[in-house]
Design a protein around this ligand. Sequence first.
Ligand SMILES: [Zn+2]
Length: 343
Amino acid sequence: MKTVIVVAVTTAKTAAVRASLASLVLAAPFGLAACGGGDESATPPSTAAAAQCVVEPVNVVVSVDQWGDIVSELGGDCARVTTVLASSAVDPHDYEPAPSDAAKFGGAQLVVINGGHYDEWAAKLAATSASNAPVVDALEASGAEAPHEEHEEGHGHDHGDEGHEGEPNPHVWYNPAAVTGVADAVTAELGKLAPDAAEYFDERRAAFAETMKPYDQAIASIKASATGKTYAATETVFDDMASALGLTNRTPQGYQAAAANESDPSPADLDAFLRLLGDGGVDALIYNVQTEGSVPQQLRGAAEQAGVPVVEVTETVPSDATSFESWQVSQLKALAEALGVTT
Ligand SMILES: [Zn+2]
């Protein structure tokens, strides 16, 4: 049985992990035959879950795929999930919505966005095209501090907090508390929209918690052994997770501020980073493989030359990942290995 579950989880795109552990086990005999085609709708877990869903599916629109997979797992067959930015080939930071995107929000009963400036376009489309739909905002769910009061330009404030933009890090799918918060909020909203399926959604939530156990365990074991270890990062994407793991961020401040603003670091900031790596001043370099440009590559080269392990992470769900949790767990395992921690 155990082997079959592993096969199902690693070959079926997201459908397998959407099922509860129980239905996976029950469906296992079909799993081997059905998974070969890679057709989501043909996989047994969905079929098993379909029998339990007796309501008209709730229409959910999700802005980006980092949340889309989670929402699909939670909604199962009682939700019709449309993820607007479902391709890892597009940089969400630079996304300009197409007219067809507005139409996608048209029939939405529930909208899930990342929040902040990250997908402001989605918040706007939700407000205009699906004004009655509740909106789950991941940044809000994360409990991240609200933006500080805006400083007007030329306002001479005397304490030097350069690089602090007054905005929380938008990459909250890397924040374990945000993931839990979004999952709870989505389940609650789905239950309100389709009360007859509330129990079904509660079961999906429990199944999601079950599939997240390897993620929770990886975080717990890294945290237990690696607290106080240091890292630097080519991009701010992983910082929330690193902080949850108890790691200390040694990315030079100026570089980090530039990266957060998507601008080029000054030569001095880059130089400081290169020296940090050259001196082996951190335990790992977190490298976002989806960031283009010569600067990250130069940093990677410096790390490799100095023997600093490079841990690859991505902004969006890579096309070969079977689920949100498998994506996250494989990155956590790579990090653990780099830090010499067993998970
Ligand atoms: Zn980013």
